[in-house]
Design a protein around this ligand. Structure first.
Ligand code: FAD
Length: 393
C-alpha cells in the first residue's frame, strides 16, 4: 500500500524550512528584488543563515556535518523556500545539488576537503558551469558530431589540467567560492565521451567572474560569466573519470530537476493562495469574485494542477531514493512542475485583474519568477527528449 503521510521527522524538516522562509526570506525578498544593480540583489546575510541551519547541506552525510537526506526530503524543503522566493531557493538548490555530486563522484580527499566547508562555512557557496554562448541546449544533447556542444577545453600537462573557455548565465556566478566546470579533453570526438568535470577554487589564478546578468525574475540569485584563461587545476580536482563527466552532469541534473520542480510548486502555491484570498474579498456585480463560476473554475484548475504536480514530485523522488536515480524520471518532475508554475501564476494574474500587472501587487513578481522555470536547467523541449528516450548517455 502507498502511504502519503509524512513522518514526524519529515514534518519537522518541512517546518524548519517554512519557519526559515517566513522569518529570513519573506521580510527581505521584495526589497532585494527591486535593487537596480544586479550585483546587490544577492542577500548574503540571509543566505549565510540558510547555510547555518543546514539547508545547503541537506544531502551531505552526517559524518561530514550535513543532514544526510534524499531527494524526497529535499523536495519538501525546496517547496517551502520556493514559496517564499524562487531566486533564493534556486541559488540554494544549485549549491546543494553540486554538493550531492561531490558525494557520489568525489574522491575521499575531495570529500574531506570540501564537504565540511559546505556544511559550516557560511560563505562557501557553489556554482556549476556548463552553458556557453555557443552551447546552451546543445550541452544537454548527445550528438555524434564533434562540432556540437561546449567548447571549453582541458588539457592534461603533468600533474595538472589547463582549462580555457567561457561559461555564461551561471547560477551563483559571482558569489561562489567553489565552481564546478565541464570541459572537453578533445574537440575532435563526440562531446559526451570527452567531458571532464572539475572543481575550481574561485581564487585560482586565471579564473575570473565576468558579466553579472540583469534578469527579469529570480533576481535574488546571481547569474554570472565564468572566465577560464589558462587556469591550472591540480589533477586531484577532477571529479569522476577523465572523459566521464557526462555522468556527473546527469547526477547534478537529477537533484536540480526535482528541487527546481519543488520550487515551481512553491511559486504556484503562493500564487494560488493569494488569488483565492483576493477572490474572496474583491467584489464584482454585488458578490465576491469567487462566487462567479468562471473564477471559481479557474481556482479549481489551479488547485488540481498543484496537487497533481506535487503527487508526481513525491512519487518520482520516492522512486529515485528507493530504486536509484534516473534522469528521465527527475526530468518529468522538472518539466511538469515548471509548466504548472507558469500556468498557475498567469491564472493568478488573471484573477487579480489589472492589479496583478502592477508592481504594487505580489503577483507580478511571481509571474516574473516563474517565467524562467521552463528554460533553465534544461528547457522543456530538450528534457522531453530525455523523457521520451530520444536522448540518452
Ligand atoms: C536564471 C538562469 C540560471 C541558469 N543557471 C545555469 C547554471 O547554473 N549552469 C549552467 O551551466 N547553465 C545555467 N543556465 C543556462 C541554461 O541552462 C540555458 O539557458 C538553457 O539550457 C537553454 O540554453 P540557451 O539559453 O542557450 O537556449 P537555446 O539552446 O538557444 O534554446 C533556444 C530555444 O530553442 C530550443 N531548442 C534548442 N535546441 C533544441 C533541440 N535540439 N531540440 C528542440 N528544441 C531546441 C530550446 O528548447 C529553446 O526553446 C541558466 C540560465 C538562466 C536563465
Amino acid at each position: 500500500m502507498v502511504d502519503f503521510r509524512l513522518s514526524e521527522e519529515q514534518i519537522r524538516l518541512q517546518n524548519l524550512a517554512k519557519d526559515f522562509a517566513k522569518k529570513e526570506i519573506e521580510p527581505i525578498c521584495a526589497s532585494y528584488d527591486r535593487k537596480q544593480d544586479p550585483k546587490e540583489c544577492f542577500p548574503t546575510h540571509a543566505f549565510a543563515k540558510a547555510i547555518q541551519v543546514g539547508l545547503q547541506s541537506i544531502y551531505i552525510p552526517r559524518e561530514y556535518g550535513g543532514m544526510g537526506l534524499g531527494d524526497f526530503e529535499a523536495s519538501l524543503v525546496f517547496e517551502e523556500i520556493g514559496a517564499a522566493d524562487a531566486g533564493f531557493a534556486s541559488a540554494l538548490c544549485i549549491s546543494a545539488s553540486i554538493a550531492q555530486a561531490m558525494i557520489h563522484f568525489g574522491t575521499k580527499e575531495q570529500k574531506e576537503r570540501w564537504l565540511p566547508k559546505i556544511c559550516k562555512d557560511t560563505d562557501f557557496i557553489l556554482g556549476f558551469g556548463v552553458t556557453e554562448y555557443g552551447a546552451g541546449s546543445e550541452a544537454y544533447i548527445a550528438s555524434e558530431d564533434p562540432k556540437v556542444g561546449s567548447k571549453t577545453t582541458c588539457k592534461l600537462e603533468g600533474d595538472h589540467y589547463v582549462i580555457n573557455g567561457v561559461k555564461h548565465f551561471i547560477s551563483n556566478g559571482g558569489c561562489g567560492k567553489l565552481y564546478g566546470v565541464a570541459a572537453r579533453n578533445s574537440l575532435e570526438k563526440p562531446m559526451f565521451g570527452t567531458i571532464c568535470t572539475f572543481f575550481v577554487d574561485a581564487d585560482t589564478p586565471g579564473f575570473r567572474i565576468g558579466k553579472i546578468e540583469d534578469k527579469m525574475g529570480q533576481r535574488l540569485m546571481l547569474n554570472g560569466e565564468l572566465i577560464f584563461e589558462n587556469v591550472k587545476v591540480p589533477k586531484e580536482n577532477l571529479v569522476g573519470q577523465d572523459g566521464g563527466g557526462a555522468a556527473v552532469l546527469l547526477d547534478i541534473g537529477c537533484s536540480t530537476s526535482v528541487t527546481i520542480g519543488a520550487i515551481g510548486i512553491g511559486i504556484a502555491r503562493t500564487a494560488y493562495e493569494l488569488a483565492a484570498s483576493y477572490a474572496r474579498k474583491r467584489m464584482s456585480g454585488g458578490k465576491p469574485l469567487i462566487e462567479h463560476e468562471a473564477v471559481s473554475l479557474m481556482l479549481a484548475d489551479m488547485k488540481m494542477e498543484i496537487d497533481a504536480a506535487r503527487s508526481l514530485l513525491w512519487r518520482n523522488t520516492w522512486l529515485n531514493d528507493r530504486d536509484g536515480r534516473d534522469y528521465p524520471r527527475a526530468a518529468e518532475v522538472k518539466v511538469y512542475c515548471a509548466e504548472v508554475s507558469k500556468r498557475v501564476t498567469n491564472w493568478a494574474m488573471q484573477i487579480y485583474g489589472g492589479l496583478g500587472y502592477m508592481r504594487d501587487s505580489p503577483i507580478e513578481k511571481l509571474v516574473r519568477d516563474s517565467a524562467i522555470m521552463t528554460i533553465y536547467d534544461g528547457t522543456s523541449e530538450v528534457l522531453k527528449q530525455w523523457i521520451s528516450g530520444q536522448s540518452h548517455l
